[in-house]
Design a protein. Structure first.
Length: 111
């Protein structure tokens, strides 16, 4: 993709984005280095960050492009449903991945 911006402008944006990301991460390291104890409400809130990030990364792949029954019955969604069911029943990562892979391959074979 070509743009009307020059290479200096593009590199300036890349460097500025990198510095902003570094500053955000450094601020948390600095903050937790100076705070003796993390407040309980923040600890509770931080426990939800990994599942929220995982859901934000995974959920768009399972969203159908069109709201039709045929779009919902794709191998990816059926494999994801198998993984969700295994995670709910076993609460084990290995069984979740295995069930998701088995459901995906079985759905690809049958559909």
């Amino acid at each position: 993709m070509t743009t009307s911006y020059g290479p200096l402008s593009v590199w300036a944006v890349v460097v500025a984005g990198g510095l902003a990301t570094f500053a955000i991460r450094l601020s948390f390291i600095h903050l937790f280095g100076r705070v003796d104890e993390v407040p309980p409400w923040l600890k509770r809130a931080l426990t939800y960050v990994p599942p929220a990030v995982l859901a934000a990364l995974v959920a768009p792949d399972f969203a159908p492009a069109a709201p039709t029954p045929a779009a919902v019955l794709t191998p990816e969604i059926l494999g994801g449903a198998a993984a969700v069911l295994a995670a709910w029943r076993t609460r084990d990562v290995l069984w979740t991945v295995a069930a998701g892979m088995a459901g995906l391959h079985l759905a690809r074979f049958l559909l």
